[in-house]
Every structure is written in structure tokens, then in C-alpha cells.
Design a protein around this ligand. Structure first.
Ligand code: CAO
Length: 450
């Protein structure tokens, strides 16, 4: 029997990382590559594996210790010839110590609001909030080491629903076991659907059977700069991911002839120059969408289990680009408001969004959303539905096009429309009809009166 030192291998740029889990104890037999401890920096957690097989004689680290490359982790009793690394057999000890692969898992940022773990029905309900609502408390990635994640995956346990009892709320193997027992006994019901999609933006695609996200040291290829995502981006990202994964979404593209409407808009703005209110195409689009939603109520609805909740109010969200990311203020009761009022409210809300001053009430309750890139450019895109809504209209920049009128080509101002809809609620034929109807209204706004 020989006793060898197991040291911290090359862990890249990580310095002074904290030991957050000790996975073995003296007397335990370990295999080559078996994880000994888990460490965590503010960016990632990783397991440090053993470079040799043997029996743990002494552990040199404890929870909360800070460690660096080359620090002594443990002493291992190894069999005859064990001082030589077990794999590859002929490799020198130093190489073997440096060689073991380190499993890295991104962890949620330390900010409590983002790192909160979804464990309650209330939190699951929060996950159903509008996609871009930064007021929503959304889960971050649950704190758990790669081995715990693997264990949870093997049992099909949705990590997002497990409450961690470890250091800093980390989920431990024991938590997974207790959660499984609670589910088996019927004491706890798991949210199977939320388990399928990593609500907080999973690093491993757990529940979806996806391979882990690639971890690349970009500095190997050239200089880089690291920047934290804004709070809004973190929250909206988690919502967008869920919506993109969970909604069977389809996008229909169409064009609307807005030649006359644009002429009317320009004339209206000229006439009302002194009022200080500028009418943009988006205000007309909101009104036109209200008319289309009235004709096709399933577009102004939400799924609730096997039921469709058809809304009898017309609250329209509009995506606003802000320096901190995307926000979606809501024009409430757009059916009861005129174009001027909508334009004014939109201007006020867009300013508040840019200044980071929107209240939660101003960002909730939409039944349908419009995302307009018309002021910027582009032709078509595929917007992501703002759950729990079931459809969203994307609009791009209008441009003059030659349109065949039956006898000749005429120059017409055409507005590209991209309608994304939830196929669980809406059929392709309805979506095509919605776009056609919307196009008819935008082509001749008098139809709104019919
Ligand atoms: N076609 C051609 N021109 C258009 C247009 C369209 N569809 N829509 C707007 N325009 C013009 C406007 O008339 C205005 O021109 P003038 O200054 O000459 O009058 C200019 O583009 C700028 O308009 P705007 O963008 O300021 O105003 P808006 O009412 O159209 O939009 C708002 C307001 C808040 C929606 C917009 O500023 C914005 O943030 N858009 C981005 C939304 C976004 O990011 N969506 C993507 C979501 S997915 O990531």
C-alpha cells in the first residue's frame, strides 16, 4: 500500500474557489475520475475528480475552504504500483493530476431575486407570467452540483421544484431523495410540464435530454471582454426560453397595403402638429388588431389546462427596445381609446420603459402583443409568443413595391406582417384568415366600423 497526495488539478482561471460540497469521507473507496469535492466561483460550479483509484485516508479540505490549483485535497491509499496514475497507466503523476476532466456547470448569479428556486405552486404560477415582464420573480438556475444534476436527471426529478438545504441553498443528493419520496407518497405533486423546460434557463437541458451547453475558453482564440447580462435580460431570457420550448409556435407572413393609411397618418400629423402628439403606424396597428381580435376571439385567449380563457377585454402589449433590454408595456382597453390617446399613451409608456420606470401594472395583463421593428428595418421575423398569450404580431418596415392591380403594376406601400400563433389553440387556416382580415383593415380602415 502506498499513500499519495491528490491535488487540485488545473481548473483554468478559477482562483480561490469555495468548497461547497465534500462528496467523500475517509474510508471511502474511490475510482479514477470520481468526484471528490464541488467548488463554486461566482460564475460556475465544478466537481474536482480523483486522479487515482484507492481508499480515502485523509481529507485535507472542508466546506467553505478556498482552494487553488496545486492545493492538497486528500491522501489516498493506493494498491501496489498505485503511485503511478491509474489512467492512463503509463502517464506520470503530474500529468495525471492535471488531466482529469473537470465537470463545469454554470450557476445562477448570486442576486437573490434571480437565484430564487422554484419550489411552490406560486412560483410555478409566476413562471406563467408574460415573457418580458421584468417585475416577475423568476427562478434562476437551481444551485446544484453536476453530480446532483445527474442524479436528478436519472430519477426524472425537476430540479427547479426541489428546495435546497445545502450551503447557500444548494440542492443536495439528500434533497433529491426526499423530494422523490414526497412525490411517491403523494405528499408533493410535481409540475411535470415545468419539469420539461428548464424555466430558469438550464445549463444542461435537464428534462429535455439535451447535451450540456458547450463551455469554451474563448481567450484561447483571442481577447474577450465579459459583461454581466442586465437584470431584464436575465429575466426575459428565462421567459423567452420557456416560451420558445413549450409553445408549438408557427409563424404566418403576409403583407398589408398601407398606402392610403400612411397618407392619412402623415396628413393627420400635419394637421395636428401643434398638439405635440405624433401618430405612428403602431397606434393604427393596435386598433386594427383589436378589430381582428374581436373577429377571431381565440387570438385573445390563454390556455388553462384543458380550458381556453377567452378575454373580453382588449389589452395590447407592445415590445419596446430599451438600453437594458426588451420590455412590454401594455395599452389597457385599447378598444375604448382613440388613435390619439393610444399614441400618447404609447409614447409615455415607451419613455418610461427606456427610463426603467414602468410599474408592474403597466407591464401586465396583455391579451395580445405587437412587436414592431418598423422604425428600424428588416422584412419579416418570427416573434416569440409572450405566454400566457397565444399569439403575437411582428411588424417590419413598410416599403414601396410594385403590386399587380389586375391591369398593371402600381406602386403600393406594403407592410410586412409576421403572426406567430400557438398551434394548440389556433389552426393555420384561422391564422391565415386573421392576417388577411388585418390586411383588409389596414388597407381600408373604414372596415373597423363595420
Ligand atoms: N414602416 C416604416 N416606417 C415605420 C414603421 C413601419 N412599419 N413603423 C414606424 N416607422 C417609422 C415611424 O413613422 C417613424 O418615422 P418618422 O420619425 O419619420 O416619423 C420612425 O419609424 C420611428 O418610429 P418609432 O419606432 O419611434 O415609433 P413606433 O411607434 O413605430 O414604435 C416603439 C415605438 C416603442 C415600439 C419602438 O420605438 C421600439 O422600441 N421598437 C422596437 C421593438 C422591438 O425591439 N421589437 C423586437 C422584439 S423581439 O426582440
Amino acid at each position: 500500500m502506498a499513500v499519495i497526495d491528490i491535488k487540485v488539478p488545473d481548473i483554468g482561471d478559477f482562483k480561490d474557489v469555495t468548497v461547497i460540497e465534500v462528496l467523500v469521507k475517509p474510508g471511502d473507496s474511490v475510482k479514477v475520475e470520481q468526484s471528490l469535492i464541488t467548488v463554486e466561483s461566482d460564475k460556475a460550479s465544478m466537481e474536482i475528480p480523483s486522479s487515482h483509484a484507492g481508499v480515502v485516508k485523509d481529507l485535507k479540505v472542508k466546506l467553505g475552504d478556498k482552494i487553488n490549483i496545486g492545493d492538497l485535497l486528500a491522501q489516498l491509499e493506493v494498491g501496489e504500483g498505485g503511485a503511478a496514475p491509474a489512467a492512463p497507466a503509463a502517464a506520470p503523476v503530474a500529468a495525471a493530476v492535471a488531466a482529469p476532466t473537470v465537470a463545469v456547470a454554470a450557476v445562477a448569479a448570486a442576486a437573490p431575486a434571480v437565484a430564487a428556486i422554484v419550489a411552490t405552486p406560486a412560483a410555478v404560477a409566476a413562471a406563467a407570467e408574460p415573457a418580458h415582464n421584468p417585475a416577475t420573480l423568476v427562478s434562476g438556475l437551481p444551485h446544484a452540483s453536476p453530480s446532483v444534476r445527474k442524479f436528478a436527471r436519472e430519477l426524472g426529478v425537476p430540479l427547479g421544484e426541489v428546495k435546497g438545504t445545502g450551503l447557500k441553498g444548494r440542492i443536495t443528493d439528500k434533497d433529491i431523495e426526499l423530494f422523490t419520496q414526497a412525490v411517491m407518497s403523494g405528499a408533493v405533486k410535481t409540475q411535470a410540464i415545468s419539469a420539461q423546460a428548464p424555466v430558469g434557463g438550464g445549463d444542461s437541458g435537464a428534462g429535455l435530454g439535451l447535451i450540456p451547453w458547450p463551455k469554451v475558453d474563448f481567450t484561447k482564440f483571442g481577447p474577450v471582454e465579459r459583461k454581466d447580462l442586465s437584470r431584464i435580460k436575465k429575466i426575459s431570457g428565462a421567459n423567452l426560453l420557456r416560451n420558445a420550448i413549450m409553445i408549438p409556435a408557427v409563424t404566418n407572413h403576409d403583407d398589408a397595403d398601407i398606402t392610403d393609411l400612411e397618407a392619412f397618418r402623415v396628413a393627420t400629423n400635419k394637421e395636428n402638429e401643434k398638439s405635440g402628439i405624433k401618430v405612428t403606424m403602431l397606434a393604427f396597428l393596435i386598433k386594427a388588431c383589436v378589430a381582428a381580435l374581436k373577429k377571431f376571439p381565440e387570438f385573445n385567449a390563454s390556455l388553462d389546462g384543458d380550458q381556453l380563457v377567452l378575454k373580453q377585454y382588449y389589452h395590447i402589449g407592445f415590445a419596446a427596445d430599451t438600453p437594458n433590454g426588451l420590455m412590454v408595456p401594455v395599452i389597457k382597453d385599447a378598444d375604448k381609446k382613440g388613435i390619439f390617446q393610444i399614441s400618447q399613451e404609447m409614447g409615455d409608456l415607451a419613455k418610461k420603459a427606456r427610463d426603467g420606470k414602468l410599474s408592474p401594472a403597466e407591464m401586465t395583463g396583455a391579451g395580445f402583443t405587437i412587436s414592431s421593428l418598423g422604425g428600424i428595418g428588416g422584412r419579416y421575423f418570427t416573434p416569440i409568443i409572450n405566454a400566457p398569450e397565444v399569439a403575437i404580431l411582428g411588424v417590419c418596415k413598410s416599403q414601396m413595391e410594385p403590386v399587380w392591380d389586375g391591369k398593371a403594376f402600381a406602386p403600393r406601400l406594403m407592410l410586412p406582417l409576421s403572426l406567430t400563433w400557438d398551434h394548440r389553440v389556433i389552426d393555420g387556416a384561422s391564422a391565415a384568415r386573421f392576417n388577411v382580415y388585418l390586411g383588409q383593415i389596414l388597407g381600408d380602415f373604414r372596415r373597423v366600423l363595420l
